[in-house]
Design a protein around this ligand. Structure first.
Ligand code: NAP
Length: 330
């Protein structure tokens, strides 16, 4: 799927300041919309949206609309494309998806808590997404939506970009056993990591994750542990991936003490807001290469936009828009 800047038209030629486009209804893509807004939908053009609950914090409309404006400078079709955000409670996802389909929404992103729920509500599922057991990207096809998962791709692309580290051949220590960890574990196995160590706070979700990924492991050694009891034989030079939500609040201790391990090569934290979690602070203090999850957010979004549009997507424009939305511009 063409989302790498190297394969893109020269988006650098696109002016960086764009006219804000206000649709006839007065609704703006930055607004948080509801199913009531969808029921009376009459916006012209081609529409995309992220559905979540809550979803107010999402910066996806900023990233996607910036990319679409840049793409429209090369292909006028995209001038009529808009990306919105809708707050959809989980108990209404079943009625929401046919409504979005009937309103002609060309693509949807799903975020918390819809990624797993949607599996039973869509007709076709990409095999990689089925292995993960979650979808974050839906594409409009006749009769319904087809589901994909671009989170694993986004993570691998971010780790390659930010840490120059291929997953192939890496010893990976993955922290967490929720939806994000599922995608990460499947991607690490798909890309033939050398070994995969799965660590989680609680036993039940760790067991469920291990049950799900073990059939996909083939010959790759798979080890499990509780965060409270680090194994003595953790490999040196590992890639540590934080897929827990520990660090989101900024004031909690890191999920593990990096100093108590054989020295890892790199630490990747999926959290991007706050931009530096206590785990990344610890990595910095110890001189370990590290990166946060912003590039993952951008690459998973760029991949989704490429799936919907079939066109090259300017990841650099998405990154600039994301940094602006988070008020983190250099
Ligand atoms: P989730 O399904 O709710 O899973 C949360 C995980 O975090 C569980 O394994 C949970 O452990 C663990 N956890 C929560 N608080 C903890 C603490 N204080 N100490 C240790 N472990 C703790 O969430 P998710 O969807 O997998 O998302 C996980 C994180 O990844 C979130 O921060 C999310 O923002 C981030 N993420 C980023 C991107 C991106 O594009 N950058 C994409 C997806 C997700 P238990 O099982 O013990 O409860």
């Amino acid at each position: 799927m063409p989302s790498a800047p190297g394969h893109s038209p020269n988006f650098a030629l696109v002016p960086t300041r764009f006219r804000a486009i206000v649709p006839p209804s007065g609704m703006r893509p930055e607004d948080t919309l509801t199913l009531d807004d969808l029921a009376r939908w009459s916006e012209p053009g081609t529409h995309l949206a992220v559905l979540g609950h809550p979803v107010k914090h999402s910066i996806s409309p900023h990233m996607h609309n910036a990319a679409l404006r840049a793409m429209a400078a090369h292909d006028a079709r995209f001038g009529a494309w808009r990306y919105w955000k809708f707050d959809v409670p989980p108990e209404r996802l079943g009625e929401a998806l046919p409504l979005f389909h009937s309103r002609g929404f060309a693509g949807l992103n799903l975020t918390i808590p819809h990624k797993v729920l949607a599996l039973d509500l869509i007709g076709a599922i990409d095999p990689a997404a089925r292995d993960i057991g979650a979808v974050n990207t839906l594409r409009h096809v006749p009769g319904g939506y087809e589901g994909f998962n671009t989170d694993g791709y986004g993570m691998a692309a971010a780790i390659a970009q930010e840490l120059a580290l291929p997953l192939a051949g890496a010893d990976v220590v993955l922290l967490g056993a929720g939806g994000a960890a599922r995608g990460a574990a499947v991607e690490c196995l798909r890309q033939k990591c050398r070994s995969l160590w799965l660590g989680n706070r609680s036993r039940d979700s760790l067991d469920a994750l291990v049950r799900q990924v073990r059939p996909l492991a083939g010959g790759t050694p798979l080890r499990e542990f509780l965060l409270a009891a680090l194994p003595a034989d953790l490999p040196a030079g590992a890639l540590v991936i934080n897929a827990t939500s520990s660090g989101l609040r900024g004031d909690e201790p890191p999920p593990v003490d990096l100093a108590a391990w054989p020295r890892p090569a790199c630490v990747f934290d999926m959290i991007y807001n706050p931009p530096r979690t206590p785990l990344l602070h610890a990595a910095e203090r110890l001189g370990i290469r590290h990166a946060n999850g912003l590039a993952m957010l951008i690459h998973q979004g760029a991949r989704a936009l490429a799936i919907w549009t079939g066109a090259a997507v300017p990841t650099d424009v998405m990154q600039h828009a994301a940094l602006s939305a988070l008020d983190l511009r250099p």
